[in-house]
Design a protein around this ligand. Sequence first.
Ligand SMILES: *[C@@H]1O[C@H](CO)[C@@H](O)[C@H](O)[C@H]1NC(C)=O
Length: 321
Amino acid sequence: MCALGWLAVASLCLGTLWAVPAKERRKVDKPRADLTPYENLDLDNYDLTMDNYGEILDLSNYEELYDYGDLVPKIEVGTLAPRPKDPQTLPELGETTAGTPKPQPPAPIPRQGPPCCQLCLCLGSSVYCDDAGLERIPALPADTAYLYARFNRIGAVRAGDFTGLEKLKRIDLSSNSISWAHADAFRLLPSLQELLLPQNLLTALPELPRSIVRLDARLNRIPSAGLRPEAFRDLKQLQFLHLSDNQLDFIPVPLPESLRSLHLQNNNIQTMHEDTFCDSQDLGQIRRALEDIRLDGNPINLSLFPNAFFCLPRLPTGRFS
Ligand SMILES: *[C@@H]1O[C@H](CO)[C@@H](O)[C@H](O)[C@H]1NC(C)=O
């Protein structure tokens, strides 16, 4: 796919088969026009029942829909999409005879040059590397805004893996084998809003940039010692903090006022302070945003803290008995 121009890649995707090798495609026959590319790829291989709160987050799909839509007027699907058996336009996928010089790809739309994703599909500013057998983060085009590298075997995130990717908004590394991430790997990304790391092997939470809106590190092995003290205090944009199914002993405090959803179910939380959510010195306080707290699946008896929830619009889910 490297050798193909960006235009050819895009037209392949939009035109015929999404250009993803058949073995990598799931049961989705063709992209549904009413869905974003993310949702199309998502239809089969992502467990939406697990926790799809984020999908209704206003920012999560809108931007991408825009990126995708931006492509459409530039590409005449019917005329540019190559026929599947035409080796002139499909040098990588077609059966080229040995010795035949590689045909020149069509001239790309002037841009930074075609993104070079050996195992990935680059579509606009999105890079799709799901289920591609990756063992490390691949080199990414400089304008990457959305990275999907789910269901791979990535074991670590190194310091330089995302260096210079100033437009990167979402990183989805769900279902890999990540046990370690360098402190600077994510912290220096100025646009990062969503970091999705569920179902990995992390024992410590990586440092986060101030721009982060949604952090999902469910289904890891993070103990409370794996969180820096006051790790979330300065994250004034943070709305979704999902750390369920880890090994936390405490509710991390302080929680920023921006927080809307705190999922800590299935940890080892046994106790909390009266001031964890609400300021006991300010009985007039209302935390309207924080309406979704899950503490079920923890040994904590929430009835022991009757004054801890007065500022919340809703009681946490959990054991009150
Ligand atoms: C939880 O706390 C309440 C209030 O102190 C108490 O009545 C109840 O017995 C406790 N439940 C358990 C299972 O310890």
